[in-house]
Ligand binder design. Structure first.
Ligand SMILES: Cc1cc2nc3c(=O)[nH]c(=O)nc-3n(C[C@H](O)[C@H](O)[C@H](O)COP(=O)(O)OP(=O)(O)OC[C@H]3O[C@@H](n4cnc5c(N)ncnc54)[C@H](O)[C@@H]3O)c2cc1C
Length: 429
């Protein structure tokens, strides 16, 4: 019998706003050690890279660090697939994939996060036809509450698989994920500045579909949208020559950071210089701090059909949002079938907020945003700050009670439960 070693762990999440309550940190060095750790613990949770801004990863029991398990990345070019271990970060995976001429269709804003942690919370990038990052998953393995390894795949277990991909870390500890890959491609990234709100609001979905991946940055407080980032695939838009002016906006003369005052050296190459997908689709470079580093985050997704009205609603709250937001990002996400995905069965527009790092000032505004977005059935990002009432939130997910049932079946004794999960998915009885 092997035992996972107790280890020193991080005191807080990346944002520094969540102090972990774990009694112990465990760092298993193998699958067998992980199985023993799970079987021998009453209460535990896996930690990815700790980039979530709420208590979703926390536990009062054992927090399991998966970095002791060798970070395997196995590319199967013949099957257009790649299988990754539990602690692999996108930054490592994408490099290896690109070396083999393969790619993922999309990435989030930063390569620093773990694949397992990102898929667990429904993390996404942007692009009308790009689903959440979990959309690439075709199979997964996890160690469930008894210490058994369970495998689920899109083909063999289509329904349960859709419950497990965005599993919120609560069905078991994911030990491997197999992802679909596509041939590697190049992307050129451009930034336009100061698009007048009137121009943007004339056709927001048109702006958001102007490239393979589009991000619109604003503070909701000024007369113009601050920046529009366009990421174009060079294989699709080979003859694209950018106009110096577009919808009243100006092509940026130099590289830009979306957060005012931050150096663009943190950002991936812009100015239309073509480069590999994994060096353009994320906004931030692996070797640099992403975003501002001193912040809180929230994000809400609504159906694309109501996005224009939702933007109007947020604009009407601009005077309250602007003083506490560093920047806000509007992106599109394609529909999927993952039960707990914020884009479940609806093509979505997501409204992200990088807040100042002051919970007292920010929480009342988060509540006001939620109230303003109430008519649009907004679904919050599972890894960011939100305050929605559990009943209201549950009513926005068609498979909510199925997911509760799945939690009960996979984890009858509540080993993987924490305060966050108890709040939103109380155990029966
Ligand atoms: C600067 C910054 C930029 C961001 N940009 C984006 C963005 O562009 N798009 C977006 O959607 N989100 C974004 N996020 C949010 C981020 O993607 C999510 O919070 C994501 O879950 C973080 O991954 P992680 O590895 O840090 O997971 P953690 O925060 O460590 O964990 C998240 C959840 O996953 C579970 N988990 C982790 N590993 C495993 C495992 N092996 N098995 C089972 N459960 C596991 C944990 O228990 C927890 O419940 C950003 C966050 C930051 C800090």
């Amino acid at each position: 019998m092997t035992t996972a070693t107790s280890a020193d762990g991080p005191a807080t999440n990346w944002g520094g706003n969540v102090a972990f309550q774990a009694k112990r940190f465990l760092r298993p060095a193998s699958l067998a050690e992980l199985q023993d750790a799970v079987a021998g613990s009453d209460r535990l949770r896996a930690l990815g890279t700790g980039h979530s801004f709420n208590r979703i990863a926390d536990t009062t029991g054992d927090l399991v660090l998966l970095t002791g398990i060798p970070p395997s990345v196995v590319v199967d070019a013949a099957r257009s697939a790649v299988t990754v271990g539990p602690a692999v970060r996108y930054g490592e995976l994408t490099q290896r994939l690109h070396e083999q001429g393969r790619a993922l269709p999309n990435l989030g804003s930063l390569p620093h996060i773990s694949v397992a942690g990102a898929c667990a919370t429904g993390t996404h990038g942007s692009g009308d036809s790009n689903g959440i990052l979990g959309s690439s998953v075709s199979a997964l393995e996890m160690v469930t509450a008894t210490g058994q390894v369970v495998s689920l795949s899109r083909l063999a277990d289509p329904d349960e698989f859709c419950g497990a991909v965005t599993g919120l870390g609560s069905l078991g500890i994911v030990t491997s994920l197999t992802l679909d890959t596509v041939p590697a491609f190049d992307v050129a990234q451009l930034v336009y500045e100061d698009m007048p709100w009137a121009q943007f609001m004339a056709d927001p979905l048109g702006v958001l579909s102007a490239a393979y991946s589009v991000s619109v940055f604003t503070d909701w407080g000024t007369s113009s949208v601050k920046q529009v980032w366009l990421k174009r695939r060079t294989d699709v838009d080979a003859s694209w020559t950018p106009e110096p002016r577009w919808l009243g906006a100006t092509l940026a003369a130099g590289p830009r950071h979306p957060v005012p005052g931050m150096s663009p050296v943190h950002c991936t190459q812009q100015l239309g210089v073509p480069g590999p997908w994994h060096e353009r689709l994320p906004h931030f470079r692996l070797a640099f701090t992403p975003s501002s580093g001193e912040e809180l985050q929230s994000e809400y997704s609504v159906a694309r059909e109501v996005a224009t009205d939702a933007i109007e609603a947020l604009l009407s709250l601009g005077e309250r949002i602007a003083p506490v937001v560093q920047c806000s990002e509007i992106r599109t996400v394609a529909s999927d079938d993952f039960w707990m995905s914020p884009s479940y069965q609806r093509d979505s527009v997501a409204f992200h907020f990088t807040w100042v790092k002051d919970e007292q000032a920010v929480i009342p505004v988060v509540e006001a945003v939620e109230e303003r977005l109430q008519p649009f059935s907004a679904r919050p990002h599972w890894g960011k700050i939100f305050r929605l009432d559990p009943e209201l939130l549950g009513a926005r997910y068609q498979r909510w009670s199925d997911f509760r049932e799945l939690l009960g079946r996979y984890d009858p004794d509540g080993k993987f439960r924490n305060d966050f999960i108890d709040t939103y998915f109380p155990a029966d009885g």
